[in-house]
Design a protein around this ligand. Structure first.
Ligand code: ADP
Length: 590
């Protein structure tokens, strides 16, 4: 079990980590964004002052001598001023949007890179533990949730808060009493809407959960087409799906009905609040405390504030979702491998390939799988592992490139304990061919060269020839440069297998691990793959797991593994004579 790096697991520590590692390095961008946000806030406050200025001027015109000349002078100044103000406001809005998105995107890219690095650096056990789908969803879904939370926080906590403060400041400066009154009324008017938003969240959750169930049901229904047709269950399935569709109508109608209440409620409560402001405003105007322009300005201020305050109210949901996504992302980033180089690890250079396994035991978590295994493979020998499924053959093979470390005992190569070797150098001398061939959606050359399409072509062709792959490769439209499609789905099982053998040949490692490499093939493909494998194992120490015992009759030594221990060992002939488990397995395969 891999140990987690020690980090404080609180939301605060996660946020501070996000800040220090990912956002703070973009400080310059953030500062520039904040400057534009402050400018934007200033322009919003300026609109409020501007309203008062214009209306109070209009008010004073009746008292002016030459009203027409006065208004012309006024317009000459105010119209260009207003245009400049809108240009500044628009420009700032644009700049801060681009900059905050840039910060969020770079932050996410940083998280993704660290996740990818940790995931690839993690022990093999990390992949055996969780599903790849779950890991993928952390790269996509969770990353998306963090982006949304980050953008909303930057926008609401910085931009909107600046605007709210600037506008409130202007309001209080113009009409302290009226502003205070609004601060008291506003939460009262917002209360029913806040309650409704809570209900809405519940409705949305229900609808989403149902959508998930419906998808699962559809999947089940159509993937089971064979059974459904054979048993004539179509009618039953259609009824089952139909009731799910109807349930969807019910849930979404409930959601939409509550959603539809929001705007009219805002209209009514907003109207009531504005009416209150009017009444109080006119009362204050009549007492000579404020001007009509001020009342108008306060109304404009309220219109600017309302959507921003509402956004602050819903920020928490988005942030909570972002934080739980961030936790899942950090879980991946904090994955620290246990199988690493020792401080004084040595390079393994040009080994002859002698493998000695000495009294080795191994357990997954707490489940003991191998006990007291000892075996020797001399350079160039082929050693076969056979036995019933679940006996521990694959596990044993995985211990040689240190995908796992044994609980007790040791494995040596040319006399060096593999734990004392540099991992990279150990793995460089091992080639693995298993029944699930990993292929990349790239050219044949890239796949044989293992990520290097430019490996010397001649060597590549020689490897492919030896692997009986050259012929089918040349029959492809672009030969070695043909793109093979996702997971090699344009190739047959045997062809994929032969590509992976060519890959192993090119790698030219002295130690070869073969994990049931031919078990999934038909007889003809198997014969070709077997011929390729025979070439591959020439001059290499090979550890072979085979289901079809006919393929390992020529092995130098066969070990029979049952329930994690070596039951018997010897050559094919000797084991047959013994009439033990091997002989029984062999008879079963005839
Ligand atoms: P074989 O290759 O002989 O079929 P394996 O080495 O695959 O046997 O499995 C040996 C035992 O270890 C089985 O009981 C299997 O369930 C268990 N096992 C294999 N892989 C894992 C894993 N990643 N985590 C936990 N248990 C495992």
């Amino acid at each position: 079990m891999a140990k987690r790096a020690h980090h404080l697991n609180t939301d605060r520590s996660r946020i501070s980590r996000l800040w220090h590692n990912y956002i703070a390095p973009q400080k310059t961008t953030l500062i520039i964004a904040v400057i534009f946000m402050l400018t934007l806030a200033g322009t919003q406050a300026a609109y409020v002052s501007f309203t008062r200025y214009v209306i109070d001027f209009a008010d004073s015109l009746s008292a002016a001598g030459d009203a027409q000349a006065a208004s012309f002078d006024f317009v000459k100044i105010t119209v260009p001023a207003l245009i400049v103000l809108t240009l500044i406001s628009g420009g700032s809005m644009f700049a801060q949007t681009v900059l905050t998105n840039k910060i969020a995107l770079n932050t996410i890219a940083g998280l993704q890179k660290d996740m990818a690095q940790s995931a690839h650096g993690a022990d093999y056990a990390f992949f055996a533990r969780g599903t790849v789908g779950d890991l993928l969803s952390r790269f996509t879904h969770d990353v998306n949730a963090v982006t949304q939370a980050l953008l909303r926080s930057l926008s609401n906590l910085f931009k909107d808060v600046f605007t709210i403060l600037a506008v409130l400041g202007t309001m209080f400066y113009m009409a302290p009493k009226l502003s205070l009154l609004i601060l008291v009324i506003y939460p009262l008017a917002a209360w029913p809407i806040i309650k409704l938003s809570k209900a809405l969240r519940g409705n949305a959750g229900e609808a989403q959960a149902h959508m998930g169930r419906l998808t699962a049901q559809l999947d089940e229904s159509f993937s089971g087409a064979r059974m459904i047709k054979a048993y004539g269950l179509e009618g039953h399935e259609i009824n089952r799906l139909d009731s799910a569709f109807k349930e969807r109508v019910r849930l979404y109608l409930k959601l939409v009905t509550n959603q539809a209440r929001v705007d009219p409620m805002m209209e009514v409560f907003g109207g009531l609040a504005i009416a209150g402001i009017f009444a109080a405003g006119i009362y204050l105007v009549s007492g000579g405390e404020i001007t009509g322009g001020t009342v108008a300005a306060i109304l404009v201020a309220v219109l600017i504030l309302a959507p921003r305050l509402r956004a602050l109210g819903t920020l928490n949901n988005v942030v909570q979702e972002g934080l739980s996504a961030l936790r899942r992302i950090y879980d991946v980033i904090d994955e620290t491998p246990q199988i690493t180089d020792h401080e004084d690890a040595r390079e393994l250079t040009a080994p002859s390939g002698k493998i000695v396994i000495d009294n080795l035991s191994f357990a997954y978590e707490d489940e003991s799988v191998l006990h007291g295994i000892s075996m020797t493979a001399d350079p160039g020998q082929t050693i076969a592992l056979v036995g019933p499924s679940g006996g521990g053959k694959s596990t044993l093979i995985n211990l040689i490139p240190r995908l796992y470390d044994p609980a007790a005992g040791r494995i040596t190569i040319d006399g060096h304990d593999i734990k004392g070797l540099k991992l990279q150098s150990l793995r460089r001398h091992i080639a693995l061919v298993s029944q699930d061939v990993t292929l990349f959606n790239n050219s044949i050359a890239y796949n044989i060269g293992l990520g290097d399409a430019n490996a010397p072509r001649e060597e590549m062709i020689n490897a492919a020839k030896a692997a009986h792959a050259h012929e089918f490769i040349m029959a492809l439209p672009q030969g070695y440069d043909s793109i093979i499609g996702e997971d090699g789905d344009r190739l047959s099982g045997g062809q994929k297998q032969r590509l992976s053998i060519a890959r192993a040949l090119l790698r030219d490692a002295p130690i070869l691990l073969l994990d049931e490499a031919t078990s999934a093939l038909d007889r003809e493909s198997e014969a070709k793959v077997q011929a390729a494998l025979d070439k591959l194992s020439q001059g290499r120490t090979s550890l072979v797991i085979a289901h079809r015992l006919s393929t390992i009759e020529k092995a130098d030594k066969i070990y029979v593994l049952g329930k994690g221990s070596i039951v018997e060992s010897g050559t094919h002939k000797a084991l047959l004579k013994k009439k033990g488990l091997y002989a029984k397995l062999h008879a079963g395969f005839k």
